[in-house]
Design a protein around this ligand. Structure first.
Ligand SMILES: Cc1ncc(COP(=O)(O)O)c(C=O)c1O
Length: 380
């Protein structure tokens, strides 16, 4: 098609300034994809059967997802209207920003954290405010409180934090919430909550009745292995979630996704899925322990991934992983996130990590100092 019109279509400059989302690459045959925090286990037959059993897709789904909302409401002991289901929890993040953070308003989050956070406000014109993590790679809650201004409309916390795998402790969370204005929306992203084994880590569901300004986010993508079906949810005050529903694209969650989520919550299926979560958590702990014992200084991991704080050596280290057939996620110049995948990948990960450690300068932060004490800290 030819056109005499040479002027490009006018698009918003702030949208054009941002490169479109790029997914991680697939590994070569025989390699492992450890770059998207996916669940390495395939779908349970009972779950797949239920998802594939949806055969009336000439019809739109029921957008209010009554069965799944009711099941989740029962689980969390809240009314149905305090549950909002979305096409992945990332969709709900966008909805909450659209609902609460207008043009020129601010939302605060720790950095580094989930790579989607900086883009959440681009469409609405909201300003993203990043608060650098502490040297131990956890949220700097004190600095996040200090970053609140009269334009702040949302505080976004991530525990376990993607990509550093650190958690917020119950004690720190409570102290933090006590200092948050009651009219400020707090979103606690617990996408990896099921993998947490540290008893001191916060569990947001315990605070929903105490803090009506708190919304917790969960997903079926990680522990429940439904990443490809796109289903996540938020629990919180119905007024906030109604605003998110208003901001949502209608009918985004398919009935197949709803049925797969419901099948995953059936007692027998869920027990099996959570057993897999334990296997992944054990595999994670085994790797982190081995890495620490061999001289790595890395944070205790609580998600289905661990963090190698490689700093300026990130790109070089990423090459070592790639050459060994491991696709990991490099966030230069900060570090590399390695998802916990198949058992068969473990030995190669540890071997590559040992080679990388050998190349690091003796005073590199990712190296354990000769007698480095492990201290418990308070961030508030
Ligand atoms: C911290 C965090 N939150 C939310 C999500 C979104 O997950 P989904 O949209 O698949 O539910 C992810 C995905 O990687 C994540 O890492």
């Amino acid at each position: 098609m030819t056109s005499t019109n040479q002027e490009p279509v006018r698009l918003r400059a702030e949208i054009l300034a941002k490169p479109p989302y790029k997914q991680g690459v697939e590994p070569a045959p025989g390699g492992f994809k450890l770059s998207s925090n996916e669940n390495p286990f395939g779908p349970l037959p009972s779950v797949a059967k239920r998802a594939l059993g949806v055969n009336d897709f000439n019809r739109y789904p029921d957008g209010s997802l009554p069965a799944l909302r009711a099941a989740l409401a029962k689980r969390y002991g809240v009314p149905d209207e305090n549950v909002h289901v979305s096409a992945g929890s990332v969709a709900l993040l966008y909805q909450l920003v659209a609902a609460a953070v207008g043009a020129g308003d601010e939302y605060i989050y720790a950095w580094r954290s989930f790579e989607a956070y900086p883009g959440l406000g681009i469409v609405t014109g909201a300003s993203s405010v990043q608060v650098p993590n502490l040297p131990d790679h956890s949220h700097d809650l004190e600095a996040m409180l200090a970053a609140i201004t009269d334009r702040t409309r949302m505080m976004l916390l991530c525990s376990p934090n993607n990509p550093t795998s650190t958690t917020i402790s119950t004690v720190d969370f409570e102290a933090f919430m006590e200092r948050i204005p009651s009219n400020l929306l707090v979103v606690l992203d617990e996408a990896y909550g099921e993998f947490v084994t540290d008893e001191d880590a916060v569990n947001g569901s315990n605070y929903l009745s105490k803090y009506p300004n708190l919304v917790i986010l969960h997903t079926f993508s990680k522990a429940y292995g439904l990443a490809g079906l796109r289903v996540g949810y938020g629990i919180g005050n119905s007024r906030i979630l109604d605003a998110a529903r208003t901001a949502a694209i209608p009918l985004s969650v398919t009935d197949s996704a709803q049925q797969a989520a419901l099948a995953s919550l059936e007692p027998e299926a869920e027990a099996e899925l959570l057993e897999r979560v334990s296997v992944i958590a054990e595999r994670r702990d085994r790797m982190v322990t081995a890495l620490r014992e061999t001289g790595w200084n890395i944070p205790q991991a609580q998600g289905n991934f661990f963090w190698l704080p490689l700093g300026q050596e990130t790109v070089a280290a990423d090459r070592f992983f790639n050459e060994a057939g491991l696709v990991v996620r490099a966030f230069a110049p900060e570090g590399i996130r390695v998802s916990v995948g198949e058992e068969e990948s473990v030995a190669t990960i540890l071997a590559v990590a040992a080679r990388i450690l050998d190349t690091l300068p003796i005073d590199h932060l990712a190296r354990k100092a000769a007698s480095q004490p492990e201290t418990k800290r308070s961030n508030v």
